[in-house]
Design a protein around this ligand. Structure first.
Ligand code: F6P
Ligand code: MN
Length: 319
């Protein structure tokens, strides 16, 4: 079985990009080890702070963020980082070539119940003569040079694209290396499985209510087929299921808080997952446009997300 370094070298990934990916992913191996110790390491529970989006930070959010931040700032190829847990971007090396945005621990409300969480990352190539600013990060998702996540589940898995398809790797706990276990992942065009937080139903737009009502009506409604529903409550887990066995994942626009056009963040949740889905033959849209075409306005910007099986995303958008 090929390991990650062998796969990257064989795919002619530039050495500087390989160095950023290797640092990111080896730090994820350390995060995976920290998660395994759980309560034994005294790392569960709240850190007592709020992040920039007003969410309470868990200790492991902060620990994972610090681990990735320290490792990436020390990597000469990194120009700057942006993180869900950092209010502002953090410049690294002015002559570095890569900008990396990450969600250090997605789905962190799952930590205390020993359920799936993950690290999501998105990389852009960008050079300049001055230290990077937030403005430098405001690049459309279609310019990403690599994107992926590490899922911490029963086994830890890396799912990665460098723009030439999607590969899945499984962490070998004996050697602490990621081994290629599934190549060129493809998502089926049609599906009978959806993922959405139904408790928000009354806040959705009428069109989204109609679409989901028809999924729930199954064979008795206009869709003429029954649908199953799943919700991991960690985007990384729901997207992983879709890459493994298909489906549609939706975190829609709602009118709960008029200042937020959705819950998920563009730069380190929607964009990297959109690149993975498109590379696997699926689609990723907001209710109005392709996610990878959005011109970002701020690093912590939120968007509505509809992603997964191509025909089902089209069906949803047709409402
Ligand atoms: O990062 C935000 C997030 O935790 C996603 O991972 C997940 O899909 C979503 O929020 C869960 O939202 P809710 O709390 O509405 O189930
Ligand atoms: Mn998240």
């Amino acid at each position: 079985m090929q390991n990650l370094s062998q796969v990257l070298a064989a795919s002619a990934t530039p050495e500087s990009l390989q160095s950023v990916l290797n640092i990111t992913i080896s730090t994820c191996v350390d995060i995976s080890n920290a998660l395994k110790k759980g309560s034994l390491a005294g790392i569960l529970g709240m850190a007592g702070n709020e992040n920039v989006q007003g969410e309470e930070q868990k200790k492991l959010d902060v620990i994972s963020n610090d681990m990735l931040k320290d490792a990436l700032l020390a990597c000469p190829a990194v120009r700057a980082i942006a993180s869900e847990e950092e209010d502002d971007i953090v410049p690294a090396h002015t002559d570095g070539e890569y900008l990396i945005a990450f969600d250090p621990l997605d789905g962190s409300s799952n930590i205390d119940i020993n359920a799936m969480v993950g690290t999501i990352f998105s990389l852009y190539r960008q050079t300049g003569d001055n230290p990077a600013t937030e403005q430098d990060f405001l690049i459309q998702g279609k310019e990403q040079v690599a994107a992926g996540y590490v899922l911490y589940g029963p086994s830890s898995m890396l799912v990665l694209t460098t723009g030439k398809g999607v590969n899945m790797f499984t962490l070998d706990p004996d050697t602490h290396t990621f081994l290629l276990t599934r190549e060129n992942v493809q998502v089926a065009q049609d599906t009978q499985e959806f993922a959405i937080n139904m408790s928000n139903q009354r806040f959705w737009a009428d069109s989204m209510q109609n679409y989901v009502n028809n999924l729930v009506a199954g064979k008795n409604g206009s869709r003429n087929k029954d649908f199953n529903m799943r919700w991991v409550a960690a985007m990384v887990g729901d997207v992983h299921r879709i890459l493994c066995r298909g489906g549609i994942f939706i975190y829609p626009w709602d009118n709960k808080d008029p200042s937020k056009p959705g819950k998920l963040r563009l730069m380190y949740e929607a964009n990297p997952m959109a690149m993975l889905l498109e590379q696997a033959g699926g689609k990723a849209h907001t209710h109005t446009q392709r996610i990878l075409d959005i011109q970002p306005e701020a690093i912590h910007q939120r968007v509505a997300v509809i992603l997964g099986a191509a025909n089902e995303v089209d069906k949803c958008l047709s409402y």
